[in-house]
Design a protein around this ligand. Sequence first.
Ligand SMILES: Nc1ncnc2c1ncn2[C@@H]1O[C@H](COP(=O)(O)OP(=O)(O)OP(=O)(O)O)[C@@H](O)[C@H]1O
Ligand SMILES: [Mg+2]
Length: 357
Amino acid sequence: MSQDDGCLICRKIVDNLTSAVMVFDPEYRLVFINTTGEMLFADSARHLVGLRAQELLTASNQTIENQLKQCLATGVSRTERNVVLGLPERQVTVDMSLTPLFEGVRPISVLIELHQLDRHLRISRDEQLLAQHNASRILVRGLAHEIKNPLGGLRGAAQLLDRELNSGELREYTQIMIAESDRLQSLLDRMLGPSKPPQKSLLNIHRVVERVRQLVRVEAPAGVSIECDYDPSLPTLYADKDQLIQAILNIARNAIQAVDERGNVIFRTRIHRQVTIGGQRNRLCVKIDVIDDGPGIEPDMMSQIFYPMVTGRADGTGLGLSIAQSLINQHGGLIEAISDRGQTIFSILLPLRNGNE
Ligand SMILES: Nc1ncnc2c1ncn2[C@@H]1O[C@H](COP(=O)(O)OP(=O)(O)OP(=O)(O)O)[C@@H](O)[C@H]1O
Ligand SMILES: [Mg+2]
């Protein structure tokens, strides 16, 4: 193996670590950052290298530059646990290690490793969410299946009775029985959810989102604006077009219903790197956000919204999100939601795989 090959392998290893790795020079300027670091700062190494440590990070206890100074002066490594770091747009909780890098006996730069703790919390929450969701879907599907057959029998019997009856007054009752059976039947069909496995093809995600935007624009009141904010560089996706339309439509309809007569709904697309879904790490994911400025979801309802039959609306069946989650899970993806008064974001994460499996 040549020295170049060795360097390439080292670089690959460092980029695939789950910790963010950074190196700062004696002027506290960033000279190196790995791929996980780029993800943490949501920016590329090209933009980040050269920035001063305090432009990148603020630690809760003492300034990052003081810590770098101390590390360079003493030549001693240190690790701090549960540090809340302020990044340019958010806060994260990390275990942080500072290690001096020596040239001879003199420390010339400092290696910082950040091991993000809240990311692990999120991963285990995702896994729990998927497992619970699957269990409740199996229960609901089983129940719907059991009710479907006797319901078919009841409807058939009501139809036979309807044909035998001469009195128009009595037939009114059999007509009610038939109409209500049909209503229950379509509810059960929704409870059973998608019956076909996905029929995948290569597609442009913006065509799919635009189709949904067209559909909801027709349904939405005039005071609701429906905007888009797309990343035009997104690659094509291998997925079932109709299933994606159905999933995004269910989420978009909820957003329209939430804002009521007046409000804003935005469809946003972005690419995300190194996303873990259900324990599997994906190099690239497409993220489709549906954002509304409605009243938000009550905190005590938030943990239940993806379960079937959970609704906060008088005329809701509580199936929309559960079906959407199943459709996206069938594509190896996940739907997440965050909500505050005045802003709710539903995010659909879909892995982009190499090849077209
Ligand atoms: N954007 C949103 N803003 C506020 N609440 C929301 C939003 N999206 C979903 N919800 C809440 O989550 C509940 C569940 O949504 P879901 O789509 O599963 O069922 P539903 O809309 O009640 O009925 P269905 O979609 O089956 O007609 C909703 O009833 C609503 O209370
Ligand atoms: Mg709904």
